[in-house]
Every structure is written in C-alpha cells, then in structure tokens.
Design a protein around this ligand. Structure first.
Ligand SMILES: NC(=O)c1ccc[n+]([C@@H]2O[C@H](COP(=O)([O-])OP(=O)(O)OC[C@H]3O[C@@H](n4cnc5c(N)ncnc54)[C@H](OP(=O)(O)O)[C@@H]3O)[C@@H](O)[C@H]2O)c1
Length: 240
C-alpha cells in the first residue's frame, strides 16, 4: 500500500523554512496539490501556520527547531521518524543571509549562514533521499538563489552557500538520474520576504527596490519540480 492510499492525499511533503516567505508559499502550493505537510521553522509561528491547512482536509505537522544546530536537526529527524510516513516531496528551503563586508561581519553570523544553508541542507538531503531511492520515487526541491553563479558582493558566505546548494543539487540530480527520484533547484531573484530584515539590510537599495512575489516564485518552483526540471530561475532581475 502506498502512502496516498492510507489517507486520501498524495502523501507527505516536508517544507523547511515554511513559516514565512517562499517556504510558506511552497507549503500552500503543496497543500493545493493535496499533499499532507510537515512544516519546519525556528519559531513557534510555524504552529498557527500548520493549523491553517486543516480546513482543506490537509494534515499539517509543525516542527519547531533551529536547523542551524545539531540539536535542532536531531529533533527534526526524531519528529519525522515518529510520523512513520514516507516523505514523497521535500522542499529544503530554509536559509538566511548575513549582509556586509566580510571583514566586518561577526564570525558567528557567517557560521550560522553556513550551518543553516549548507550543513542542514546536506543533513536533511541525506535523511530524505535514501528512502526515496529505495522506493524508486520522490521529488526534492532545493532553494538556492540566482546569485549562486556570481560573486555576491557584501554577501560572501551567503552567496557561497547558495553556490554550494546549486552545485550540490545539480550533482545529486545527475547521480540519481536512473532512480526515479527527481531533483530540482529553485533559483529566485530578489523576492518580497522577511529575508532582508533578517539579514540586517532593511535600509539598503536592494531591500527597497522591486521584488518578485513569493507566491509566484513558489508556484513556478513547484511547476518545475513536478515537471522534473533541473532548475527554475524566477524573480526580479537583481540578484540575492
Ligand atoms: N527573498 C529573496 O530575495 C531570496 C532570493 C534568493 C534566494 N532566497 C532563498 O529563499 C529561501 C527562503 O527565504 P525567504 O526569502 O522566504 O526568507 P524568509 O521569509 O526570511 O523565510 C525564512 C524561513 O526560514 C526559517 N528559518 C530561518 N532560520 C531558521 C533556522 N535556524 N532553523 C529553522 N528555520 C529557520 C524561518 O523561520 P523562523 O521565522 O521561525 O526563523 C522562515 O520560515 C532561503 O533559502 C533564501 O536564501 C531568497
């Protein structure tokens, strides 16, 4: 019996960074496609977000965990194990930036970018992919950035982390080409989310300039994911 036969939906989708911005819109798009949800974020605001989906007949679990820490990652793995349901779709989307000249940014801020954008992404990919390969199907959407292929001036660790995610996802896609598991990279341009406030750049020209709608970004990402595309570039022309 596959997962979809047990509860009337298409199965379970994991979304990290699901409380706001692009991740929230990915969750909404997956619910509209009839996936039950596991939503991960650092703050307890993820709980009311999960509750939003009940009227649609979607079961949404909230996991409050700091993915930039080993404790938080262990908590996510424990909570996912406890569900005893296969993950059909994973959107590894949580990410933050640290803005400023590298020599002036506190090292802890840089290391947190790497811990969340790189380490947590690799650890969660290692968690979700082997069972997908064993089952012979599954889809993973990695949120990188349109800045992945460029020097990210005033965003050194962030741009490098997004370059890592882009390369990592493209390579896994290649490696898993014959397994039935599909990997897609979402590469947004500047998008209207809380990202800029979190990165300490609310008063910058970029943050005040034109931005893409996170709903459009997420929808195009999901269309690409379900079409089996390698990557989806979407969003305002400026790059973050
Ligand atoms: N916005 C843009 O212009 C842009 C452009 C290119 C790429 N991206 C990428 O798109 C992705 C989504 O960002 P966004 O723009 O939607 O930003 P956002 O609105 O700030 O959302 C970030 C999400 O990640 C969660 N998060 C942050 N730190 C976390 C942690 N340590 N552990 C667990 N969850 C954590 C946040 O939850 P809490 O509130 O609970 O912390 C929130 O749900 C990121 O990977 C970002 O790099 C964004």
């Amino acid at each position: 019996m596959n997962d979809s036969e047990t509860n009337g939906t298409r199965g379970l989708a994991l979304v990290t960074g699901a409380s706001t911005g692009i991740g929230y819109e990915l969750a909404r798009g997956l619910a509209a496609r009839r996936y039950d949800l596991v939503l991960v974020a650092d703050d307890d605001a993820v709980r009311p977000v999960a509750a939003e989906f009940a009227p649609q007949g979607i079961t949404a679990h909230a996991i409050e965990a700091d993915l930039a820490t080993n404790v938080g990652l262990a908590e996510v793995r424990r909570s996912l194990d406890a569900l005893e349901r296969p993950i059909e779709v994973a959107a590894l989307n949580a990410g933050v930036g640290a803005y400023g000249r590298f020599d002036r940014i506190p090292i802890d801020a840089d290391l947190r970018v790497i811990a969340l954008n790189v380490t947590a992404t690799v650890r969660l990919a290692k968690y979700v992919l082997p069972p997908m390969v064993d089952r012979g199907h599954g889809r993973v959407l990695f949120t990188s950035s349109s800045t992945a292929a460029l020097p990210g001036t005033l965003f050194a660790t962030y741009a490098a982390s997004e370059a890592f995610v882009h390369s990592f996802a493209a390579t896994i896609r290649d490696e898993l080409a014959d397994t039935g598991v599909s990997i897609t990279t979402l590469m947004p341009g500047i998008t209207d989310t809380d990202f800029f406030d979190r990165a300490g750049m609310e008063n910058t020209k970029i943050a005040r300039g034109p931005k893409a709608d996170p709903e459009d970004v997420a929808q195009q990402g999901l269309e690409g994911l379900f079409a089996g595309k390698d990557r989806v570039e979407v969003g305002a022309a400026q790059r973050v």
